[in-house]
Every structure is written in C-alpha cells, then in structure tokens.
Write a protein that binds this ligand. Sequence first.
Ligand code: FMN
Length: 169
Amino acid sequence: MDTYESIATKLDIREFSSKSVPTEVKRKVLEAARLTQSGRNLQHWRFILVQRKENLKRLADDSISGKWVARADFAVIVLTNPKYPFHLLDAGRVTQDMELAAWNYGVGSGIYTGFDRRALGRDFGISEELNPSVIIGFGYPMRRIVGKKSRKSLAELAFLEKYGEKLEF
Ligand SMILES: Cc1cc2nc3c(=O)[nH]c(=O)nc-3n(C[C@H](O)[C@H](O)[C@H](O)COP(=O)(O)O)c2cc1C
C-alpha cells in the first residue's frame, strides 16, 4: 500500500474478526518496530508480544481504557526507558510504524494508554525501570472500514512561515 494511502485510510480498530493473523505478519510488525529510528539510536525500547487468549484477557483485566484488547488477535506492549526525556516520542514513532506495517497487510489496530501499572508489571514481568508507554491491539477488522476521519482542516493546523499566517496551496 502506498504510504500516504495507508496513513489516510488507517482508523483505530477496536472490534476484530476471529480470523488469525499469520505469524509472518506478526514478525513484520515487530521488524518494523526494530527498524524504527530512536533518539540517539538508543533503541531503549522493548516489546512484549501477547497472543495467548488468556493473556489477552489478562491485558484487558489490567486495563482502564482498553478492555477491547481481549478480542484482539494479538497485542504488543511497548516499553520505553523513562530516563530519556524523549522516550515517549520514541514510543509514539515505533507505535505508528507497527500500526502502518500491519495495515499494509489489512491488519487493523488500536492503541490504549490507560492501565494499572502494578498489575501489568506483575502479570507480564515488567521491571520498574521500564515504562509501559502504550499497548497496541491488532487483528483483522470485524467489518469493512468505511469510516471517515474526524480531523481538523489543514487551514486550522498549518501556517506559512509564521504562526497564524494563512497557508494556501
Ligand atoms: C496518545 C494516544 C492515546 C490513546 N489512548 C487511547 C486509550 O486509552 N483507549 C482507546 O480506546 N483509544 C486510545 N487512543 C486512540 C484515539 O482515541 C484515536 O486514535 C482517535 O480517536 C482517532 O481515531 P480514528 O483514527 O479512528 O479517527 C489513543 C490515541 C493516542 C494517539
């Protein structure tokens, strides 16, 4: 899929079909993560692939704003090191790369950031020095996506040369 088209059509998916995602696609998603750029190329991130049903259920139980992950085919917990001030920027970039890599194969995804840190640490063996920054749930969308993105117009968001100056193409 063309990169722009991929970005333009990607919507957050929270309802997934029961069709399994091939192992090769999961590997590509994690390879996309591995290849992503990070601040000072530190690669301080670590990823936990969660694919067993009982563990997806555990993820959902530990979550506040991502109960839907129980129905995902698999999930990735993105851990970053908070001693680097840019660690959340790295988390965002690696998340987006994984989501777009998956979408290239028709695999949808959604993310959530609300969870019980202690419960997550206990259930998934996460040490204190790593921050669970985001959890991504993946799977084939339950239904064909026809949604339109609800986004502000470019005129509201982008300026020419100076903040507030109108940008016209
Ligand atoms: C930083 C960040 C945090 C988010 N946290 C959650 C969350 O906790 N739970 C959830 O269901 N969605 C979460 N989302 C998903 C957003 O709600 C979603 O990207 C936004 O509504 C746009 O969705 P759309 O592309 O389907 O229009 C989060 C997204 C971002 C970028």
